[in-house]
Write a protein that binds this ligand. Structure first.
Ligand code: B12
Length: 216
C-alpha cells in the first residue's frame, strides 16, 4: 500500500527509509513519477521551508529532510530518465550558481530534462561563471540552466550571462533561470532568455528551444 500524504510526512519528518519504501510502493502501484514529485515531494520541501521560516526547523532538521527527499528521488530518477526516448533530444548544461549549495530544485530540473530526452551536463552546486563558460565551450549545448535559492547568490546569474557574452558564446545558447527568489522581472534585468517556476516548465522551455535550434 502507498499513501502520498504519508510520503510527504516522511520527508518533512526526515524519515529516509520510510520515504524510500512508500516511493517504491507508489511506483509499483503505477503512480507516475512526476506525480509523486508534484503531489508529495515538492510540497514536503515547501513545508520544510515554512517550518524553517517559523524557526521550528534549523539546518540539521532541514538537512535530514533533504536526505529523505534524496532517498525518494533516487528511486524516481532512472524511471524519469527512461521515459525520454533513446534518441537524445538536445543538450543542456545545468548548475546551481556560485556560493549556493541548494541543489534539490536543480536536481529535479536535471531529472525532468533527462526525462524529456535531453543529455544534461550537471555542474552540481557552487558553480562559478568560469565553470559555466568552460562547460559551454566543451559540450556546446543548446541550453544553459541556472538555479539559485538565495537572494545573495541570484546575482551570480547575471555574471554567468556576462561571462558567456564576454567569451563570445552568448548567441550560441538559450539561457533559463529558476529558483525561489528568481522571477520574470529578474530574467529581463540580466538578459536571460527564460524563467521557469518549476521543473516541468524548465523541460517545456528547453524542448521548444532545442526544436528551434534544429530549424536553424
Ligand atoms: C533545503 C534547504 C536548505 C538545505 C539545502 C540542501 C540541498 N542539498 O539542497 C541546507 C540546509 C544546506 C540549506 C542551507 C542554507 N539555507 Co536553505 N533552504 C532550504 C529550503 C528549506 C528548501 C529548498 C528546496 O530544496 N526546495 C524544494 C525545491 C524542489 O524547490 P526549488 O529549489 O525552488 O526548485 C523548484 C523551482 O524553483 C524550479 N527551479 C529551481 N531551479 C531551477 C532552474 C531553472 C533553470 C528553472 C527553469 C527552474 C528551476 O524548479 C524546482 C522544482 O520544481 C528553503 C526554503 C524554500 N521554501 O525554498 C531554504 C532557503 C532557500 N534557505 C535559506 C537560507 C537563508 C539558507 C542558509 C543561508 C542558512 C544559514 N543561515 O546557513 C544556508 C545557505 C547555504 C548555501 N551557501 O547555499 C533561505 C533563503 C533566504 C533568501 N531569501 O535568501 C530559505 C528561503 C529559507 C527561509 N525561508 O529563510 N538550505
Amino acid at each position: 500500500m502507498f499513501d502520498l500524504e504519508a510520503l510527504k510526512a516522511a520527508v518533512v519528518d526526515g524519515e529516509a527509509t520510510q520515504a524510500r519504501q512508500i516511493t517504491e510502493a507508489a511506483v509499483q502501484a503505477g503512480v507516475a513519477p512526476d506525480s509523486i514529485f508534484s503531489i508529495a515531494l515538492a510540497p514536503a520541501m515547501e513545508e520544510v521551508g515554512r517550518r524553517m521560516q517559523r524557526n521550528e526547523y534549523y539546518i540539521p532538521e532541514v538537512l535530514i529532510s533533504a536526505k529523505a527527499m534524496k532517498a525518494a528521488s533516487e528511486i524516481l530518477k532512472p524511471l524519469i530518465a527512461q521515459s525520454g526516448s533513446v534518441q537524445r533530444k538536445g543538450k543542456a548544461v545545468m548548475g546551481t550558481v556560485k556560493g549556493d549549495l541548494h541543489d534539490i530544485g536543480k536536481n529535479l530540473v536535471v531529472m525532468m530534462l533527462e526525462g524529456a530526452g535531453m543529455e544534461v551536463v550537471d555542474l552540481g552546486s557552487d558553480a562559478s561563471p568560469e565553470r559555466f563558460v568552460e562547460a559551454v565551450k566543451q559540450h556546446q549545448p543548446e541550453v544553459v540552466g541556472m538555479s539559485a535559492l538565495l537572494t545573495t547568490t541570484m546575482l551570480q546569474m547575471g555574471k554567468v550571462v556576462q561571462a558567456l557574452d564576454a567569451a563570445g558564446l552568448r548567441q550560441s545558447v538559450k539561457i533559463m533561470i529558476g529558483g525561489a527568489p528568481v522571477n520574470e522581472k529578474y530574467r529581463q534585468e540580466i538578459g536571460a532568455d527564460g524563467f521557469g517556476a518549476d521543473a516541468a516548465a524548465a523541460a517545456e522551455m528547453a524542448k521548444v528551444w532545442v526544436a528551434q535550434a534544429g530549424e536553424r
